[in-house]
Design a protein around this ligand. Structure first.
Ligand SMILES: [Zn+2]
Length: 128
């Protein structure tokens, strides 16, 4: 095992935490955190937000959310994911550890498939 040292300061904390979660067997969900909009992870039956660094209890379907339209929400999630992909892409460029490369690649892959879903949803909304 290598020691963690100061050389990872470029890596944002939440991306590192996501990588750790995936390493520990967590799965990334297609849902996002109601607080910060980051993708949520399922860890042994609990829903966890890597950015807030705490379990998330999300109240689904508690009634109409009058102020946020579905397309605005999708737009915001899309921006978050694009930001994460950009961040992780920078990490991929610098990373040489094959294990971490594989973890980051998995993250990017997961986000790309989320993006695809979001864009499909947006397409459906605009066709209404
Ligand atoms: Zn959060």
């Amino acid at each position: 095992m290598r020691q963690q040292s100061g050389d990872v300061s470029l890596v944002s904390e939440d991306v590192k935490r996501m990588a750790d979660l995936l390493k520990s067997g967590a799965t990334m969900l297609s849902d996002t955190c109601p607080v910060c909009g980051s993708p949520l992870f399922k860890v042994k039956g609990d829903i966890f937000c890597a950015k807030c660094n705490k379990p998330v209890v999300y109240a689904r379907a508690t009634g109409p959310q009058a102020t946020v339209s579905p397309s605005m929400l999708l737009e915001s999630v899309e921006q978050t994911i694009i930001g994460k992909i950009t961040e992780t892409n920078e990490l991929l460029k610098l990373e040489k550890d094959p294990e971490k490369l594989s973890i980051y690649s998995n993250l990017v892959f997961g986000w790309l498939s989320m993006l695809e879903k979001i864009r499909n949803l947006k397409g459906n909304l605009s066709n209404l």
